[in-house]
Design a binder for this molecule. Structure first.
Ligand code: AMP
Length: 216
C-alpha cells in the first residue's frame, strides 16, 4: 500500500497511519513529525520551520518538498515496499512536486485517501491530544487517556501537548486546510486517484476496510 493521507488537522491521519503501519508493516512518513524532529535537533530546517508551525502557517513549499525528496531518494528501497505519507502534499504546488519526486525515486503511488471530518469533531479531538515524543503513540485527555496521567503506556516516556494544539491555532489551521489543501482533493479526483472515507468513523473500522482490500 502506497498512499497519501489527506484531511484537516484532527481527521485522524496520524492515528490511522500508525495502525496501518502495525498491520501492514509499511513505513509511516509524517512531515509534521519530521519537522518537529528538525526543531528539537535545532537544525537549519528546524529554525526556518518553527516560526511558521507555532502560528499554524504552512512552511514554504520549497522547504518541505526538499525534505520529502531527500526522504524518498534516501529511503527508496524501504518506501518501495509501501508507505503512508501523512501531511504531504498540502498545496497544489506540493502535489506537482510530489509527482517529480515519485518519478525521480521510482517508489510508486496507489491513491490519496481523503478523511472528511467536521469542525466540532476536529476541535474536540485536538484540544485534548497528548503525544509521546519517543514512540509517537497518541492519546486524548478524556476520550483515550493513558493509564497513568502524562505517561506513555507503550514506552513510559512523558507525554507532551503540541504548541500548535490550542483552539485559536486549530481554527487557523483548519482555514489553511480549506484554502490550500482542499484544492488537491480535486487534483487527485480529476486523476482518478482519490478515495474518500468518513473521518468521524473509528480509525479501527477504516483500517480494517483498507487492510482487507489490500489483501485481496
Ligand atoms: P501536522 O503534524 O501534519 O499537523 O503538521 C504540523 C505543522 O507542520 C503544520 O501546521 C505546518 O506548519 C507544518 N507542515 C507539515 N507538513 C507540511 C507541508 N506538507 N507543507 C507545509 N507545512 C507543513
Amino acid at each position: 500500500m502506497k498512499i497519501v493521507l489527506l484531511g484537516p488537522p484532527g481527521a485522524g491521519k496520524g492515528t490511522l497511519a500508525k495502525k496501518l503501519k502495525e498491520d501492514l508493516g509499511v513505513a509511516h512518513v509524517s512531515t509534521g513529525d519530521i519537522l518537529r524532529d528538525e526543531i528539537s535537533r535545532e537544525t537549519p530546517y528546524g529554525h526556518e520551520a518553527q516560526q511558521y508551525i507555532d502560528k499554524g502557517f504552512l512552511v514554504p513549499d520549497a522547504l518541505i518538498s526538499e525534505i520529502v525528496e531527500k526522504k524518498f531518494c534516501t529511503d527508496q528501497h524501504e518506501l518501495s515496499k509501501g508507505y503512508i505519507l501523512d501531511g504531504f502534499p498540502r498545496t497544489v504546488p506540493q502535489a506537482q512536486e510530489f509527482e517529480k519526486i515519485l518519478e525521480k525515486s521510482q517508489v510508486g503511488f496507489d491513491f490519496a485517501l481523503y478523511m472528511e471530518v467536521e469542525l466540532p469533531m476536529i476541535i474536540l479531538r485536538i484540544t485534548g491530544r497528548r503525544s509521546c515524543p519517543h514512540c509517537g503513540a497518541v492519546y486524548h485527555a478524556t476520550r483515550r487517556p493513558s493509564k497513568e496521567e502524562g505517561i506513555c503506556d507503550v514506552c513510559g516516556s512523558h507525554l507532551f501537548e503540541r504548541n500548535d494544539d490550542n483552539e485559536d491555532t486549530i481554527r487557523h489551521r483548519v482555514n489553511v486546510f480549506m484554502e490550500s489543501t482542499l484544492p488537491i482533493v480535486d487534483y487527485y479526483e480529476k486523476r482518478n486517484l482519490l478515495r474518500r472515507v468518513n473521518g468521524n468513523d473509528d480509525p479501527e473500522e477504516i483500517r480494517d476496510k483498507l487492510v482487507n482490500e489490500d489483501k485481496r
